[in-house]
Design a protein around this ligand. Structure first.
Ligand code: HEC
Ligand code: HEC
Length: 380
């Protein structure tokens, strides 16, 4: 069995376990307004506090106490996110693999990092990552702040060192000015870099889809008949049984339980798994081949599917569930063949998945004043 540690140093993996408890602490309300979670520490931004508006169908955006978003940190994080100067050879930015024109993905099964190198897992979307309790397919990172260090130092992604990233930013007078405005200091640290990027990412929230308008907005015309039937199948425990993991709540829907499941992807006919998934972090046999339940928002825009990008279309995904996944000893107990679904019902499920596309908020694309050429991915 191959154990993948893509996009992460052992230090980050260890931190994921150490800090995991902090992430689960209950939300409290801060004076500034946004939902705040207790975790971490360090510098606090000095600028104008911003309450990130959650669109219809999403709960308030969770905000860590030590990093309340401000106009200045969000704008700075946006610039850093699109800056290929954060990679060792100046060619790869976060947006290379998480591009706004491709649903904050790259349209590929496996991404290309510096020198065209490839990793072993698909780049997930950055849409709604603010709501993840753990980051990465195997949950090895406890926060967006910690997560952002992973790709910078991953040899097949941005291939840099954290010192190298800080040096790039520190040597640029524009960045020095922006850090002074955002953080009250020109002494740039990696902590300030990753906190700024995380605050930008927290603004990339998408709801307000036809499904949200129908289910939470009371607009009965927002969903086609087929998508409405698909929604019923999605919710029905005896039919699709999808929402047991891709959760739809009374007031909002994250389409994830923030847990890890083996749904029979990446197993061969003998039941051998190509990637141990969550097991790499917990060493529990029950986590073998388990991956984080991904959000399904904007799913029609983010093909191919699954942690290894092995399924090209939503039809392939529905067929996967109809077949009950590839059998292996660690398959989740909620996964079983759905071959009783008629072809019309399968099409209804697809129509429902296609109704989850919302619109991007303004100001999440590349900043106009970033002079470098923005490299975003093209669909393969
Ligand atoms: C070369 C491609 C590549 C680059 C560049 C890259 N990422 Fe990723 N990103 C990935 C892949 C692949 C994963 C999944 C890895 C895994 O789970 O093991 C990922 C995972 C993530 C996740 C976790 C999402 C989730 O649902 O768990 C976030 C957040 C993220 N990246 C943000 C960033 C940021 C911020 C940057 C820039 C500092 C960045 N990425 C640069 C490919 C890339
Ligand atoms: C036992 C929990 C569970 C159930 C039940 C479940 N899913 Fe999933 N779903 C997951 C997990 C976990 C993944 C990612 C698996 C992987 O990549 O190995 C996933 C992946 C997906 C994806 C691909 C997402 C992406 O970004 O690549 C789609 C689409 C999807 N599921 C739709 C459905 C539908 C439709 C149903 C019901 C027929 C369903 N799921 C039932 C847990 C579940």
């Amino acid at each position: 069995m191959k154990v993948s540690l893509f996009c992460c140093s052992p230090v980050v993996a260890a931190a994921a376990i150490l800090f995991a408890t902090a992430v689960h602490s209950p939300s409290v309300h801060a004076a500034s307004g946004p939902e705040v979670q207790a975790s971490g520490g360090g510098a606090i931004p000095i600028g104008k506090l911003v309450k990130i508006k959650a669109p219809l169908g999403l709960p308030p955006v969770p905000i860590p106490l030590h990093n309340p978003p401000t106009e200045e940190t969000i704008a700075l994080g946006r610039r850093l996110y699109y800056d290929p100067g954060l990679s060792v050879d100046g060619t790869v930015s976060c947006a290379t693999c998480h591009a706004p024109n491709l649903g904050f993905r790259d349209g590929k099964a496996l991404s290309n990092g510096v020198g065209g190198q490839r990793g072993t897992r698909k780049a997930p979307t950055v849409v709604n990552v603010a709501y993840n309790t753990l980051q990465f397919w195997d949950g090895r990172s406890p926060s967006l702040e910690k997560q952002a260090e992973g790709p910078m130092t991953n040899p097949v992604e941005m291939g840099h060192t954290l010192e190298g990233v800080v040096k790039h930013v520190q040597s640029d007078p524009t960045y020095r000015k922006l850090f002074a405005q955002a953080w009250g200091t020109e002494q740039i640290t990696i902590d300030l870099v990753t906190k700024s990027i995380a605050s930008f990412e927290r603004t990339v929230v998408i709801g307000n889809s036809p499904f949200d308008l129908f289910y939470y907005g009371g607009d009965k015309k927002a969903l086609s008949r087929s998508a409405q039937r698909g929604l019923k199948l999605f919710l029905n425990r005896k039919k699709g049984n999808c929402s047991v993991c891709h959760v739809i709540g009374k007031k909002y829907a994250l389409f994830t339980d923030n847990k890890f499941h083996n749904i029979g992807v990446g197993a061969d006919t003998q039941g051998n798994l190509a990637d141990a998934g969550r097991y790499t972090q917990t060493k529990n046999a029950s986590d073998l081949g388990a991956f984080k339940t991904p959000t399904l928002r904007n799913i029609a825009e983010t093909r191919p599917y699954m942690h290894d990008g092995s399924q090209a279309t939503l039809k392939d995904v529905v067929d996967h569930y109809v077949g009950g996944g590839t059998s292996n000893p660690h398959l989740d107990k909620e996964i079983h063949a759905l071959d009783f679904l008629t072809f019309d019902e399968r099409a209804d499920l697809r129509a429902f998945l296609e109704s989850l596309t919302g619109t991007l908020p303004p100001n999440v694309g590349p900043p106009a004043d970033l002079s470098v050429k923005i490299q975003t991915a093209q669909r393969q």
